[in-house]
Design a protein around this ligand. Sequence first.
Ligand code: NAP
Length: 320
Amino acid sequence: MSEKSHHKVIILGSGPAGLTAAVYTSRANLEPTLIHGPMPGGQLTTTTEVENYPGFPEGIMGPDLMKNMEDQAKRFGTTLTVDTITEADLKSKPISLKSDKAEYTCDALIIATGAAPRLLGLDAEKELMGYGVSTCATCDGAFFRDSIITVVGGGDSACEEALFLTKFGKKVYLVHRRDELRASKIMQDRVLAHDKIEVLWNKQVKSIDGTKKDGVKSMTLYHTGTNEEEVVETDAVFIAIGHTPNSSLFKGQLEMDENGYIVPEKNSTKTNLEGVFACGDVQDHVWRQAITAAGTGCMAAIETERWLESGEAHQDSPGY
Ligand code: NAP
């Protein structure tokens, strides 16, 4: 039988949004429980140096920043629980969440489930993920010393990964489907000036060729204008083409845009359901920065506190 527990506030997700919400709600004595999956810390744990989070003039490693946030949340009494929620009834009072092993209820829910890396939709991505195909340069880059490495994408993530991978690879291809990069000017300049990086413009990956036993050997690219194909030798392919919000659990209950991003009220983290707040990348397809995620986590915590104080939470709830 699954274990049952009631909480005043549950936070789902342990990236900058969730942990900032945890710091604020725990400092407000709301004794939050933060539930996170088996890989805590969100996307910053798969990045290297974070140079643009205020307060760290020399930069800070992503995993260290997340560890600091977690320690700060724990210091004020946040309970961290590892579990994977598979069912959510956001309309019930109290709100109900279920996993394979437990049932949680809460008066207020802060959704900070973030976003997951997008894939190209190739069979090889599933077959060879972890065998030469990856979405995380920090995790897997060191396996490809003195190799030919490919990064797919033209945004800041792709540029950051390409630059990072020059530490290991003898050559790094950046495959981009257009003739200009989407990345910020500073990242573009760094990529274009790097002698190990070659940008393959107007190219899309048709297939990644290899086996689990031998890893990736090559990829077939096509020109997005002419469809002309070419086979390019490569030992690894890192996919860095953006993200999909982790919101499928709430589909049909919360208002979302066509890409699955939760749409809160304007200038607020309040969703269309009472007592349910959303912050961080699961509701942000525009800014998507650690600092903006943290900012909305703070907003969600303050709005949750005000909402609970207003007495709008169900008065018969076990939390009262
Ligand atoms: P992004 O900005 O959405 O860029 C995604 C890139 O992948 C685009 O170049 C896009 O091409 C390409 N792409 C998308 N779908 C594709 C497909 N099916 N096939 C081939 N290419 C595809 O995503 P991101 O780079 O992950 O960045 C997300 C946000 O985080 C941005 O706001 C970014 O500034 C920020 N970020 C900041 C830093 C930093 O400041 N250190 C680091 C990483 C990310 P098109 O350009 O043709 O659309």
